[in-house]
Design a protein around this ligand. Structure first.
Ligand code: ADP
Ligand code: MG
Length: 404
């Protein structure tokens, strides 16, 4: 047991200074020099507003105290060519790519990095040759946006390298573009926005149509954000996300609006026959989720925790029944949280992220978070045979340069 485990465990947030120190040491081992630039960008968790982002709607995420750190230096060797080397500590792998041929169609974990390099080159801010090291405390593929953390950390690093600070909104868009074109993932703006614009102690109510964010403080110290990773990722056909998007766009088209954002719940109720049962359920989720999200932000600001909790449970039910993106394991976790209930210190809980696995997010009363996580974890293991991973966070600071 090290001193670190005595003072901090996996349930709490890792220390960013400790992570940065480890990155410096590893960088020196790998490349034989000190990093000249270091940037950090957080993952995010979405409190409410799921599958609303690509429908021009509202989302209500917060940056989490888990960071991706990217460090860089100019290569020591004056070799010919224009290769960038990038090592991922998590993957235990070093990859190379050429600045003059960024290969948008090559799909691997460097896609996110190459896409961000492309964004800078397109803006006339060529970063030049670099050696890079990536280290992350954001769990991969769990709906906490390790991909956006990697993009936004890389973009923040390249702002320093190229001496070209970007407006944070533009940085988010550049990163989103990297994910669209290089990773082939047509995501909304939420993940990159949260990572780039997050502020300590604040959630972001993002209007995905106007791409503007309102910061909403989480002032109540008696409330904690508890994230529980189901440690399940169902590999379905792989087209679920694209299918849901298409169904939403098709519903909007049939309703004669640009996006489902433009439809109110009462109006949707009169259009049932026009959409048919499947599209109606999809649209019903999006339309009601939008309304829940705006209301949840108001209730949170008013400290109306009971209402926030109800809206979170309603969001989960809608994702499970109407949008059909939950899974048995996420349903079990939410059910167990609901069983602990207000009396046991749980305000509300729901699946978070794209679905089919990943995490649930719960709001809980401070001081009871370990006991709550233990109870849910025991029930989950008993029913699924899988060990869940819980941790707590407060809304974290967004992307920033640690060294430049
Ligand atoms: P999420 O964003 O929810 O974590 P995604 O599938 O969008 O899930 O992104 C996960 C992918 O991002 C990984 O499979 C990997 O390709 C890439 N990635 C994220 N962080 C790292 C990292 N530290 N090192 C290498 N690849 C990473
Ligand atoms: Mg992602």
């Amino acid at each position: 047991m090290t001193a670190r485990t005595a003072t901090r465990d996996e349930f709490q947030s890792p220390s960013l200074p400790e992570q940065v120190a480890a990155v410096r040491a590893r960088f020196a081992e790998l490349y034989g020099s000190e990093p000249q630039w270091i940037a950090a960008a957080p993952g995010r968790v979405n409190l409410i507003g799921e599958h609303t982002d690509y429908n021009g709607g509202f989302v209500f995420p917060l940056a989490i105290e888990r960071y991706t750190v990217v460090a860089a230096a100019r290569p020591r060797t004056v070799a010919a060519g224009d290769a960038v080397r990038v090592h991922s500590a998590l993957m235990g792998e070093t990859a190379e790519f050429s600045l003059s041929d960024l290969q948008p169609l090559r799909r691997d974990w460097t896609s996110y990095v190459r896409g961000v390099f492309a964004g800078f080159i397109d803006r006339g801010a060529a970063p030049g040759r670099l050696d890079l090291l990536v280290d992350s405390k954001v769990p991969l593929g769990s709906g906490l946006s390790s991909s956006a953390a990697l993009e936004v950390a890389t973009a923040t690093l390249l702002e320093g390298v190229a001496g070209r600070p970007l407006d944070p909104v533009e940085k988010a868009r550049l990163s989103q573009q990297a994910e669209h074109v290089y990773a082939g993932m047509p995501c909304g703006i939420m993940d990159q926005f949260s990572s780039a614009l997050g502020e300590q102690g604040k959630l972001l109510l993002i209007d995905c149509r106007s791409e503007t964010a309102q910061l909403v403080p989480l002032e109540d110290d008696s409330v904690e954000v508890l994230i529980i990773n189901s440690n399940i990722k169902h590999e379905l056909t792989g087209t679920e996300y694209a299918d849901r998007r298409r169904q939403c766009f098709e519903s909007a088209r049939l309703l004669g609006v640009e996006t489902l954002r433009d439809v109110a719940a009462e109006r949707l109720a009169t259009k049932r026959s026009k959409l048919g049962p499947l599209l109606y359920r999809r649209a019903h989720h999006v339309v009601t989720e939008n309304e829940r999200t705006v209301e949840a932000a108001q209730a949170l600001q008013a400290g109306d925790w009971r209402r926030v909790g109800e809206l979170m449970y309603a969001s989960h039910a809608s994702l499970r029944d109407d949008f059909e993106v939950s899974c048995a394991e996420l349903d079990v976790l939410v059910e167990l949280a609901q069983q602990v209930g207000a009396e046991g210190g749980v305000i509300g809980a729901r699946m978070t992220g794209g679905g089919f696995g990943g995490c649930i997010v719960a709001l809980v009363h401070s001081g009871r978070e370990r006991e709550i996580a233990a109870r849910i974890g025991e029930g989950y293991a008993a029913r699924t045979g899988v060990a869940a991973t819980p941790f707590v966070t407060r809304p974290a600071r967004g992307a920033h340069l640690v060294k430049s």
